[in-house]
Ligand binder design. Structure first.
Ligand code: UD1
Length: 423
């Protein structure tokens, strides 16, 4: 497994192209199962999670082809022969549980492995299953698999989610587009990824209203057709590279970014003293060398502060002037980066879902362990601001969600390299 070595060496400058959004792309790929005509996606990120989901779709009988430049992908689900998504793949990638809605919606049947927990929390799927039951599917849990059947097809229903779930909203949305009658999803996710999924489904011929609000209305149609859809910019990658100049100093232009998809972060960074300007090509983020001000952050569903940027924000707060309180409300165990940051000299007290971070003048490089995707990148960010060398071990998580992170950061002047671990 590779490691990343980063040495803090002063301000960053230059530009970074923001890739297509991982979480959007994965759900669009699942949606391709809804039609016997091909779905072509452009601006597809080159990430291992995308490749893993591609393998799962192939195991179901789909044809998955990367087109000439590797940034486009054509998925044909004309010959789906297998309706079982196996544990071997689903356990690697929770988003693959989102083949369930499309498969039941189109074929009236699916067997999908339960994804299991993961490092950041229990991550249950009860909301996904109750939504499908409301749409008329029979759900049976056997030997770690969800067996879902709807012999006579799904039927529209009113579904009120008790709390916001991105994955459950998206699974229910996909299941409902081919159901008979009207489905209303209340307390639905408003994430840009969910809105993009609705737009793609509309391009395929689905009848959907209200995406981006907390109530989505879906009128079932008989079939969906081919379309081409461009994956939106990755707001979590964007947010991560916005935090880089805030922590290391400097000025960076993020090509393809827009403030609307990261407004909660942008507001917090400005409160901390970082300058953000919208440009013709994206967002320009600058911070003269020196400490930012401490700001408090509470994670929440969109448009709130994203949980997927909490670790990166914690890294920034480690060197801020003052005391910051970070409250995690989405996942119950998402502070695993804290002990690693403490190894670098950070002062962090975690009590339940709240972390109190007292900024220090200087972090110091140390060997640290990447525990999950966003934690990995937070340690790299901390390394940019640390004196000496930080070695982030076990970076395989990073490649699931960040394209060429070491190239993008070294392009900004950071001293960063990937080394292969032996043994
Ligand atoms: C998605 C994102 C992930 C992000 C998260 C929250 C993808 C591939 N992943 O994950 O990066 O961190 O949204 O913005 O899009 N829950 C239940 N029962 C359910 C479903 C969820 O209890 O049936 C809980 C989860 O354990 C969690 C909370 O609800 O505590 C929110 O989870 P959810 O919004 O569903 O996250 P994901 O879709 O898994």
């Amino acid at each position: 497994m590779d490691s990343i070595i980063v040495k803090g060496n002063g301000p960053l400058s230059g530009e970074v192209p923001i890739a297509g959004a991982k979480n959007t792309c994965l759900k669009l790929m699942c949606a391709a199962l809804l039609s016997d005509e091909p779905l072509t996606l452009t601006n597809v990120p080159r990430l291992s999670d995308v490749a893993t989901l591609g393998s799962l779709l192939e195991s179901l009988g789909c044809e998955v082809a990367r087109l000439a430049d590797g940034r486009a992908m054509m998925i044909s689900s004309a010959d789906v022969t297998n309706l079982t998504a196996h544990y071997d793949i689903v356990r690697k990638l929770r988003a693959s549980f989102n083949v369930l809605g499309p498969l039941v919606g189109r074929f009236g049947e699916a067997v999908v492995s339960l994804p299991g927990g993961c490092a950041i929390g229990a991550r249950k799927v009860d909301l996904h299953l109750t939504a499908l039951e409301a749409l008329g599917a029979t759900i049976d849990l056997r030997e770690g698999y969800v067996h879902a059947t709807a012999k006579n097809g799904l039927k529209g229903a009113e579904i009120s989610f008790p709390f916001v779930s991105v994955g459950a909203t998206e699974n229910a949305l996909c299941a409902a587009v081919l159901a008979k009658g009207t489905t209303v999803l209340r307390n639905a996710a408003r994430e840009p990824d969910t809105v993009a999924l609705a737009h793609c489904l509309q391009g395929m011929g689905a009848d959907i209203e209200g995406a981006g609000t907390d109530t989505i209305v879906i009128r079932g149609v008989d079939r969906l057709h081919a379309t081409t859809h461009r994956v939106i910019a990755d707001r979590i990658e964007l947010g991560t590279y916005m935090i880089a100049p805030a922590i290391a100093g400097g000025s960076v232009e993020l090509i393809g970014g827009s403030r609307a998809i990261v407004a909660a972060l942008a507001d917090k960074l400005e409160e901390a003293g970082v300058e953000i300007v919208e440009t013709d090509r994206g967002l320009s983020v600058s911070h003269k060398t020196g400490r930012v001000r401490a700001v408090d952050v509470t994670t929440a569903p969109f448009p709130g502060f994203p949980t997927d940027l909490q670790a990166q924000m914690m890294a920034l707060m480690c060197t801020a002037d003052g005391v910051a309180t970070l409250e995690e409300t989405i996942f119950e165990n998402r502070f695993m980066h804290a002990p690693e940051l403490i190894r670098m000299g950070a002062k962090i007290d975690v009590h339940g879902g709240t972390a109190k971070v007292t900024g220090v003048v200087q972090l110091r490089g140390a060997p640290v362990m990447a525990t999950d995707l966003r934690a990995s990148v937070s340690l790299i960010l901390a390394g940019l601001a640390a004196e000496g060398e930080t070695r982030v071990n076990r970076v395989y998580h990073l490649d699931r969600g960040y394209e060429r992170v070491e190239e993008k950061l070294s392009g900004l002047g950071a001293q960063i390299e990937r080394v292969a671990d032996h043994g």
